[in-house]
Design a protein around this ligand. Structure first.
Ligand code: C2O
Ligand code: CU
Length: 545
């Protein structure tokens, strides 16, 4: 493959939206940030120059980074932040992904404005497994806050309460016609009658999953998370933060304007941004504008059944050229609850709950306590003492009734930096069990370093005697993020064939900040080719070591 070089200059830039101007952290002055375009098999070096005011890291979401966790990016998991005024070069190898992925900051909430698309074309000399589209367009969904996002999360963690919700969603940086002071800049996707377009849709929203559609036009999903799927034609899609979807749309309706819209899928009682972002699907040519402009029919915000109807249709392409490799037998099963909880607040000073506690979140009732040093460096140099422990519980607390009655269980969790150790090439199944503690919600669970197969998912409590018999081991979608349904479970499988230190977490930023995270450490195999690569000559310094 070819080698590409990019410079990412992180700096504060002024943007005006929703009638007010503020400074946001950007890459190369743009929001969303620059696109990386490669072919499968290529290598990219990105020199990240931090000219902002605080330490930041950058992550290449969905890129497996074989044997090279050094460039993966999550703050204090694989590296310490790049200090302001310094730079760090990351190497990204596109060994097996094909389709759309994205990059984003992976420290505090800076990913709100620091993100962009990664487009991976088929290996040179090969083609898409679907008819070549006339043109391709990237659609990035994101959140916009009038306030400074770093203050939003700092305030929430200080008071222990829910963070403030966003003021708008955006499509390619623009809120759209339904928000104040926004209709001059609404994103317009120009199309020619009769042509088919590939939309590469990325959900970079911070805290809500999304329904998305185009008025009067069908969407044909052909890929997700950098892998192909069997084409499926739908009226709307559901996309969680972290996910990408490649969708074909044919401009075959009367030439006109049609609204494109994204609205939240948030089946919850906790506060969320219940607004709708729009763009315009605009045919070229002369016509009189309809009034009103047709608007897509999207499910209401809490329609979990509509979300499941969509996600249950997604199957891996599983063709001769793009086969699946689903582990049929597992050597390791990890069963983990996913919940929001509370934690005692130091000095009872919090406002988060009535008795001075703060909101938190956990996996198997362990709330991830981010270390102040990189776990990868601690592991590699045998400095794990005081950084992490290897006793992550592989089964939930027995007193949890998960999705059932929660009256007689404690909401309290406890802090820990507990990692999961895996031997090289174990065949792993992780069952995520949504658990009703302080509130039941959907959770987009994401794993670094791998894509995995979503072999099963349903409502209620997982039953290890019967549910595995119903798994799809034939053509499950190969993804890096799954929407764990509210009051339900999801099972994933993968080969632990990538030695390294890999973060796993909910991609709702407020949950991740509250501790809905853990780390998988995959040990080296017996050879150089199955071991973590040596570290680069320079890594950003860790102040505590
Ligand atoms: Cu999209 Cu841990 O990241
Ligand atoms: Cu979550």
């Amino acid at each position: 493959g070819a080698t590409h070089y990019y410079d990412f200059v992180l700096k504060e830039t002024n943007f005006t939206k929703l009638c007010s101007t503020k400074s946001i952290l950007t890459v190369n002055d743009s929001f969303p940030g620059p696109e990386i375009r490669v072919h499968k098999g290529d290598t990219v070096f990105v020199n990240v120059h931090n000219q902002g005011n605080y330490g930041v890291t950058i992550h290449w979401h969905g890129v497996k980074q074989p044997r090279n966790p050094w460039s993966d990016g999550p703050e204090n998991v694989t590296q310490c932040p790049i200090p302001a005024g310094t730079n760090f070069t990351q190497e990204i190898n596109f060994s097996s992904e094909e389709g759309t992925l994205w990059w984003h900051a992976h420290s505090d909430w800076s990913r709100a404005t620091v993100h962009g698309a990664i487009i991976i074309y088929p290996k040179r000399g090969t083609t898409y497994p679907y008819p070549k589209p006339y043109a391709e367009k990237t659609i990035v969904l994101a959140s916009w806050y009038k306030a400074d996002v770093m203050e939003v999360i700092t305030d929430a963690l200080t008071t222990g309460a829910d963070p403030n919700i966003s003021d708008a969603y955006t499509i390619n940086g623009e809120p759209g016609d339904l928000y104040d002071c926004s209709n001059e800049t609404t994103y317009r996707l120009a199309v020619k009658y009769g042509k088919t377009y590939l939309l590469r849709i990325i959900n970079a929203i911070l805290n809500e999953e999304t329904f998305f559609g185009i008025a009067d036009h069908n969407l044909t999903v052909v890929g997700t998370d950098g892998a192909y799927v069997k084409p499926v034609t739908v009226d709307y899609i559901v996309i969680t933060p972290g996910q990408t979807m490649d969708v074909l749309v044919t401009a075959n309706k009367a030439p006109s304007y049609y609204y494109i819209a994204g609205s939240p899928f948030a089946d919850t009682v906790v506060p969320f941004d219940n607004t709708t972002t729009t763009a315009i699907f605009e045919y070229k040519g002369n016509y009189t504008l309809p009034s009103p402009i047709p608007f897509p029919v999207l499910p209401v915000y809490n329609d979990s059944d509509a979300a499941a109807t969509f996600t249950n249709k997604i199957r891996a392409l599983n063709s001769a050229k793009h086969p699946v490799n689903v582990p049929q037998n597992i050597t390791r099963q990890i069963y983990m609850t996913v919940s929001t909880n509370i934690l005692p607040c130091p000095n009872n000073s919090c406002l988060g709950t009535s008795n001075g506690d703060r909101l938190s979140a956990s996996l198997n009732n362990v709330s991830f306590d981010a270390p102040s040093m990189s776990i990868l460096q601690a592991y590699y140099w045998n400095l794990s003492k005081d950084v992490y422990t290897t006793d992550f519980p592989e089964k939930p607390p027995t007193y949890f009734d998960f999705t059932g009655n929660v009256d007689n269980i404690t909401l309290y969790t406890s802090l820990g930096t507990k990692v999961i150790m895996l031997d090289f090439n174990e065949t792993v199944e992780i069952v995520f069990q949504g658990t009703n503690l302080s509130a039941s919600e959907n959770h987009p669970m994401h794993l670094h370093g791998f894509s995995f197969y979503l072999v099963g998912k349903n409502k209620g409590n997982f039953d290890n005697a019967t549910d595995p018999l119903k798994y799809n081991l034939i053509d499950p979608p190969e993804v890096n993020t799954i929407g764990l349904p509210k009051n339900g479970w999801a099972a994933i499988r993968f080969y632990a064939d990538n030695p390294g230190v890999w973060f796993m977490h909910c991609h709702l930023e407020r949950h991740s900040s509250w501790g809905m995270d853990t780390v998988l450490i995959v040990k080296n195999g017996g050879t150089k080719a199955t071991s973590i690569r040596p570290p680069p000559a320079y890594m950003p310094p860790c102040s505590k070591s």
